[in-house]
Design a protein around this ligand. Structure first.
Ligand SMILES: NC(=O)c1ccc[n+]([C@@H]2O[C@H](COP(=O)([O-])OP(=O)(O)OC[C@H]3O[C@@H](n4cnc5c(N)ncnc54)[C@H](OP(=O)(O)O)[C@@H]3O)[C@@H](O)[C@H]2O)c1
Length: 223
């Protein structure tokens, strides 16, 4: 299966790419020009270097793919460097949908967040990204993990820092042991990026069209 991966250079992409490669997937890895100068991924023969809003280049890179995955996103502390929720998260969702339509790629898998569509700028923005994908006419699956954690021994992504487990992770583990709270705790429990990567691989192989997958699903699929 041939898969176009946007956000390949980030924390999630850096864990996903080797897992998917070991599992035999044929990947095309999107790398931004500004990141190509410092990311080792740019030297990978599977890398395609261009701006995602270059729709002609995007459709060209996606040609022949069976699915598109988006791990794209930014954080508030990068706004001053030029990446905003509008340009990175929402803009990439729109571009990837349009690229997939032009290239005839049938499926899109979106990494979103637990609570998407809820209160606050981040969750509202995640809801907007999901709506773009849901309304795209493409087959889609949406992934809504809680906090992401870089597993032992894995490389950090293009922004350097490893994703560390927050202090409340242990509390949720304890809550999950209480009767009736297991699924709720799984939805909010921090999730290692290798578990998330394997959940994506499972859904690539066994499509879950129209599904919104929360932590409880992701632990089952990738754990
Ligand atoms: N961290 C968490 O705990 C958490 C929890 C739930 C959901 N999420 C969501 O999961 C996604 C991935 O998280 P992460 O921690 O892997 O993020 P990350 O390490 O910050 O990586 C983000 C990726 O998006 C790319 N990107 C950003 N703006 C772009 C643009 N305008 N055009 C093309 N690519 C762009 C980055 O490329 P460069 O390398 O070129 O910057 C990088 O590859 C995000 O959407 C995030 O909101 C995160």
């Amino acid at each position: 299966m041939r898969v176009f991966v946007a956000g390949a250079t980030g924390a999630t992409g850096t864990v996903f790419v080797p897992e998917a490669t070991r599992s035999g997937f044929e990947l095309l890895l999107h790398v931004r020009p500004q990141t190509a100068v410092r990311s080792p991924l740019a030297q990978d023969p599977r890398a395609r270097v261009f701006e995602l809003n270059d729709l002609a280049a995007l459709a060209d890179a996606m040609a022949g793919c069976d699915a598109v995955i988006s791990f794209v996103g930014t954080m508030r502390d990068r706004f001053t460097a030029g990446d905003t929720y509008a340009s990175s998260d929402v803009g990439s969702a729109r571009a990837l949908v349009e690229g997939a339509r032009r290239a005839g790629v049938p499926r899109l898998l979106l990494l979103s967040s637990v609570g998407a569509g809820g209160a606050g700028a981040y969750l509202r923005m995640k809801g907007e990204c999901e709506a773009i994908v849901r309304d795209s006419g493409l087959r889609y699956s949406i992934f809504r993990p809680s906090v992401l954690v870089t597993p032992e021994g894995a490389q950090a992504g293009s922004h350097g820092s490893r994703r560390a487990p927050p202090a409340f992770g242990g509390l949720l583990g304890a809550l999950g042991a209480l009767p009736g709270l297991g699924a709720f705790a799984e939805d909010y429990k921090p999730i290692p990026l290798d578990v998330l990567a394997r959940a994506f691989l499972k859904v690539l192989e066994w499509p879950k069209d129209g599904a919104v997958l929360t932590g409880r699903d992701l632990w089952r699929l990738g754990g």
